[in-house]
Ligand binder design. Sequence first.
Ligand code: PLP
Ligand code: ZN
Length: 386
Amino acid sequence: MFVTHLECSACGLQHQWSRPQNLCLSCGKPLFVIIDLAGAGRTLKRETLATRQKSLWRYREVLPLPADIEPVSLGEGGTPLLRAEKFGGEIDLWIKDESINPTQSFKARGMSVAVSMAKYLGASKLAVPSAGNAGGALAAYAARAGLEAHVFMPRDTPRANIIECRELGAHVTLIDGLITDCGAEIARRKTKEGWFDMSTLKEPYRVEGKKTLGYELAEQCGWRLPDVVLYPTGGGTGLIGMWKAFDEMEALAWIGSTRPRMIAVQAAGCAPIVRAFEAGEKSAAEFSNAQTIASGLRVPRAIADFLILKILRQSNGGAIAVDDQEMIRITREVGASEGLFVAPEAAACFAALRSLACARKIRSGERVVIFNTGSGIKYLDCYEEQ
Ligand SMILES: Cc1ncc(COP(=O)(O)O)c(C=O)c1O
Ligand SMILES: [Zn+2]
């Protein structure tokens, strides 16, 4: 394994990877995994990747977990990048279809790596606040690992997510509130209950799993990153993970210094990042009365807000909000033209693409990638009455 240590993303303080860690012990911000890339690059080569297994564990040298430990895996990653010619029109549009992951969402990536590490480091009871998909993924990987999963979800989480967690053997608690209230409940009880907190970016390894989105994207684009990435942003783990992957790949001399314009897409009813981006803020204030059918975007306050905003600005990207009616309308348009029943979070990205193209912020011929982060099948309650 080539992990050297963990480093605080805000103050730089170093932490040991060899015991379970949550946030920075000095400033309370997220910790990042630091990898000896020179060492990793001795056996991990661009040219030989194609001969490896399709799962995200093909990038083993840049992932945590000692080499002789079997990962907790259900076949996550290795998802297709599909050309979306009809919807894209003049734009060179591609969809990274994450809905074919185990438990039908990209959350499988983060949980495969984080559960593998939690098990290796001796945790036995894992707790997570979830908008739905992360809970399902934790439940599945914890079951696979023989660990307990404790999932806290808002009561109005889509029914499919709640049932899925229960059928995967998790202990499910429904909370009258938002994901932030679920997180607060775990924080209150975790010491007494002996739970390890698996909240996104409050432990260092889910982002490592998510960063494989960036590795796969580069590989599938022939090592030339797209011009624009549209990413449905709640906690921002995928966006942050991809950005980390781009930096690592540059250090490995796999790609150059050009980066896509990273665009965070949020719901109009819960758009803390959009509001902060437009106001030129470095952090995002809590969004009150958060409401949207796109449960993964119902995140009124993100712990890594400052990292998301930094990436959007450094990449010359942006942030845009879409309302729920538009997400619902465009889901059918995407489905009927491209054959994918996308999650409403991803539908928001297709609607955002339309507005950005109209405003000439995305131009004909540019290569754009949208992440279909999950399957629409989990959200039947939102579509039933349409
Ligand atoms: C389908 C879907 N898309 C997007 C998101 C937001 O992901 P992130 O936390 O990486 O911003 C979520 C999170 O729950 C989700 O379930
Ligand atoms: Zn710190």
